[in-house]
Design a protein around this ligand. Structure first.
Ligand code: ADP
Length: 248
């Protein structure tokens, strides 16, 4: 397997308390792909992300990871924005660069660029308490992007947002992805979001956690927001829903 591809080969993961989180999981993500993982709670989606990030080791099987020049070329975004409440937007976004030892000037330039990308230029001196949920998530995404990652691992990043904000951020994420060509692995419970965003959707089942389908979303990019409510998108969602909830 090429070293620029993420791959799980027959991976099993048993946690210390005996929970079998994954069994015989096969999964690949080629460079520049946008792949979503969908499945019931507890089927091992977050475990897959942590394995891809190297935060967990597999109990069985093998994992290939792309060789990255710097460890901060892989960024993680969580459902909770997890911002420092006492720090401004600029300070929150600059944090990974500060931890990485970049100079104040380098940080200023990089933060200004990424805040412009996520539409927050006007809010650099605001504190998290002054921001809406959608804006806080933009800050969290800006903090993930400021290190210029090649790989984005996103664990239900928009799960706590209202539908309208989620739709907006979906569109913004997609247009950034098309420009930057990151490799994205995206966990969601929302089938419409998964189909709208992804080049592939991997469907998982629980007990034990495993992949049960790998569906190519054969719809061209750029994707218009109307696609979310189109018959084509509905058809993919219905097929995935049938896999998740097979008829008795
Ligand atoms: P998902 O993201 O699909 O909800 P997770 O990967 O979080 O699933 O969890 C898969 C299974 O592993 C669940 O049963 C969960 O309770 C268990 N699990 C996750 N992390 C740990 C851990 N650190 N220790 C023990 N069990 C865990």
């Amino acid at each position: 397997m090429a070293s620029d591809t993420f791959a799980l080969h027959h991976v099993g993961k048993v946690y210390g308390n005996g929970t079998i989180a994954l069994q015989n999981m096969d999964f690949t993500v080629a460079p520049g792909q946008f792949v979503s993982l969908v499945g019931p709670s507890g089927c091992g989606k977050s475990t897959v992300l942590r394995l891809l990030a190297g935060l967990e080791q597999p109990s069985q099987g093998r994992i290939d990871r792309p060789v990255l020049e710097r460890c901060d070329q892989l960024s993680y975004v969580f459902q909770e924005p997890a911002l420092l409440p006492w720090a401004t937007v600029i300070e929150n976004v600059a944090l990974p660069l500060k931890l990485g030892g970049q100079s104040a000037r380098q940080r200023r330039e990089a933060v200004a660029e990424v805040l412009a990308k996520v539409g927050l230029t006007e809010f650099g001196t605001a504190y998290p308490r002054e921001l809406s949920g959608g804006m806080k998530m933009r800050v969290s995404i800006a903090r993930a992007l400021v290190t210029q990652p090649q790989v984005l691992l996103m664990d239900e990043p928009f799960g706590a947002l209202d539908e309208i904000t989620r739709g907006q951020l979906n569109g913004e994420l997609l247009s950034l992805w098309q420009r930057q060509q990151w490799t994205v692995v995206f966990v969601t419970h929302n089938l419409y979001e998964a189909v709208y965003l992804s080049s592939r959707v991997v469907v998982m089942a629980a007990k034990p956690g495993r992949s049960i389908a790998d569906i190519a979303i054969d719809l061209p990019y750029p994707r218009h927001p109307d696609l979310r409510t189109s018959p084509l998108c509905n058809r993919y969602c219905r097929d995935i829903a049938h896999l998740l909830h097979p008829a008795p």
